[in-house]
Structure formats: structure tokens, C-alpha cells
Design a protein around this ligand. Structure first.
Ligand code: SF4
Ligand SMILES: [Zn+2]
Length: 324
């Protein structure tokens, strides 16, 4: 059977004032070298121990499949994900970065990576091959910052890097001529609805000083994760869609948001009756940036709004002992 990426699809993405046709590709790679985040199941998607040559062969076969399946000329933007970090040389052999930059020359590329792999010596040659002068910033490094709070990132997510490290990576990217897209995680494990809301309000404001694009991911319960372990025992509930809308309305900058699993038990959800319309509205808002739409959605009448308000004022945090 022909090797192909884990997933790929065509779509539209808002970039500044434009809507761009976008190809999204999730390559199967050697896997995330951190691999510890409490909510992440992507890290399970990986090739086993491989020589660099074998890994390169797998990745090149996936790219060949993409080129047979899609017409590159149809897209102005390409989003690249792996099961970890695109710029991690152990996960993705540097020769493959050259292939990608050459294949997608002239496109706007958004590639996901942990901040420690944003290095001048990696980005410079990549941008050199990619850039044909079409874009002010031809590359955006997408980083799962998740929150600007080091405590929450460490205790609730176990992300393994600090906000200071993110800021350094953003400086390196900007100096190399690349932009930063920050992903924020709304409602990681252990936070109440209210704490999660406050955390995002703060994080959006902190992140926008260092990132040109901000995207918020309302948390979804993925399979085979620690988050799922707690969720199955009733110790975690994904965020209310009311909270997501509140954050979109409150954000000083336009924030994209694709509520994966929206309206389902494992994803951000309300009561089940109002979810479909609200999730659809959030997806529309990501593309049209129409604040009036978010305001109108927030005024939708549904009984579960009272429930959400009750939860915001009455939910109490669990507490872990500080000492042993
Ligand atoms: S969230 Fe990202 S950094 Fe964390 S384990 Fe998953 S792939 Fe690795
Ligand atoms: Zn409802």
C-alpha cells in the first residue's frame, strides 16, 4: 500500500484581510521528542526506531502522495503538522525541510513546532528556499504556547517549556524573517470553568505581544491520554461554548478558533440543544472576523446559559497538597 500522510485536506484560512485557499497536511514523523503533555494523543502517531535514511524515505513517500493527490498551484497557504515538531531534526530529517521549502516555494507556510527547535540555522535556509518575494513573512512557526502562565503550563499540561523560552523563540523567528502563530489551550486539566476563562483572557493579551496570529483551541478529550483518564471519572469537563464565545468577544485581536468535537461530550459543549448553531457560528467567525456575529451568538437564548453562569460562580477548584 502506498504511504500517505496521517491526514490532509483543502480549506480556507483567513490571513489579514484575505481568505486564502489552504492545504493542510499532517505528516507521520518519528514522533514528538517531548511526548508528555497530559491532553495529547498525537504523540502516539509515530514510526518506531528508524535510521535517518529510512525516516526520510517515509516522509518523501508521503510528500509524493500529496503531489499526486493535489495540485499545488491551487493553494496559496500550506499548513504543516507532524506528530510533534516539524523543525525537530531528530523527528524530521533536515533534508526533508529542503524538499518542503522547494516544493512549496512562493506559498505561505505555517509549520508547527516546539519553541526549542526554532533556531536561526534551521529557519534561515528554509526561508531562503521557500521565499520568492510573494509574502512579507513567508513562514509562520506555529507554537503550542497553550497559556502564558508557567504554573498552568507546567502543572496542568506538562508542556516542558516556559513563557520566557517561547519569547526567546519568537525573537529568533522574527529576526530570521518568520512570524509566530501561538496556539492557546482553553481549559486544560484541573482548572475550573472560571479559572480557565481568566487564564485565557490573560494569555491572549500576553501572547499578542509576541505572535502575529493567535488561535485558541478549546480542549477536547483525546483517546489514550491522562486527560481522558480523569474525564472518564468525572473529574474533567471540556469548556462551555459560552466561555469560548465570551473569549472571542473579549479578545483585543481577531482570534481563530476551530472547536474540534464541538457539541460532543468529549469536546467543548453546552446542553446539546444550542450547540450546533453556536459551533457553526464560531467556525464562520474564524473566517469572517465579524464581531457582531459573536455578540449575536452570545445573546442566543437557551436555559443552559443559567447553568454556565452558576458554574462560573460556584465551581470550586480541587486542591493538591503542596508538600508530601
Ligand atoms: S502537545 Fe505537542 S509537545 Fe505536547 S506531547 Fe503532544 S505533540 Fe508533543
Ligand atoms: Zn443550551
Amino acid at each position: 500500500m502506498k504511504e500517505k500522510p496521517m491526514a490532509s485536506w483543502k480549506g480556507s484560512e483567513r490571513h489579514g484581510e484575505e481568505l486564502l485557499d489552504c492545504l493542510t497536511i499532517i505528516f507521520k514523523s518519528a514522533g514528538c521528542s517531548w511526548s508528555k503533555c497530559r491532553m495529547c494523543s498525537y504523540r502516539h502517531e509515530r514510526y518506531g526506531e528508524q535510521s535517518c535514511e529510512a525516516l526520510l524515505g517515509h516522509l518523501r513517500a508521503q510528500l509524493t502522495w500529496i503531489l499526486a493527490e493535489y495540485n499545488v498551484a491551487d493553494f496559496r497557504m500550506v499548513k504543516i503538522f507532524t506528530s510533534g515538531s516539524f523543525f525537530d531534526p531528530v523527528e524530521v530529517p533536515p533534508a526533508f525541510l529542503d524538499d518542503i521549502a522547494t516544493t512549496f516555494r512562493g506559498k505561505l507556510v505555517i509549520a508547527e513546532t516546539r519553541p526549542e527547535f526554532i533556531r536561526d540555522e534551521t529557519l534561515q535556509p528554509f526561508i531562503e528556499k521557500l521565499d520568492d518575494g510573494s509574502w512579507k513573512m513567508p513562514l509562520y512557526c506555529a507554537v503550542g504556547l497553550e497559556t502564558s502562565s508557567d504554573e498552568i503550563r507546567e502543572k496542568c499540561i506538562m508542556k516542558g517549556f516556559t513563557f520566557a523560552e517561547f519569547k526567546t523563540a519568537a525573537r529568533v523567528a522574527h529576526a530570521a524573517g518568520a512570524g509566530i502563530k501561538a496556539y492557546l489551550l482553553h481549559k486544560p486539566l484541573f482548572l475550573t470553568e472560571k479559572e480557565a476563562l481568566e487564564d485565557m483572557k490573560r494569555s491572549i493579551r500576553d501572547a499578542m505581544e509576541h505572535a502575529e496570529i493567535i488561535s485558541m483551541n478549546p480542549c477536547t478529550v483525546q483517546r489514550r491520554t491522562e486527560l481522558e483518564f480523569y474525564w472518564k471519572r468525572g473529574a474533567y469537563r471540556p469548556p462551555y461554548i459560552w466561555s469560548v464565545l465570551t473569549l472571542l468577544e473579549d479578545s483585543p485581536v481577531h482570534m481563530t478558533c476551530d472547536p474540534l468535537g464541538g457539541g460532543q461530550k468529549r469536546g467543548p459543549h453546552n446542553c446539546g440543544k444550542c450547540d450546533y448553531e453556536l459551533v457553526k457560528g464560531i467556525r464562520d467567525y474564524s473566517l469572517n472576523a465579524d464581531r457582531e456575529l459573536v455578540k449575536a451568538l452570545l445573546e442566543t437564548e437557551c436555559d443552559c446559559r443559567n447553568e454556565w453562569e452558576y458554574v462560573l460562580s460556584n465551581e470550586k477548584p480541587y486542591c493538591m497538597p503542596l508538600t508530601r
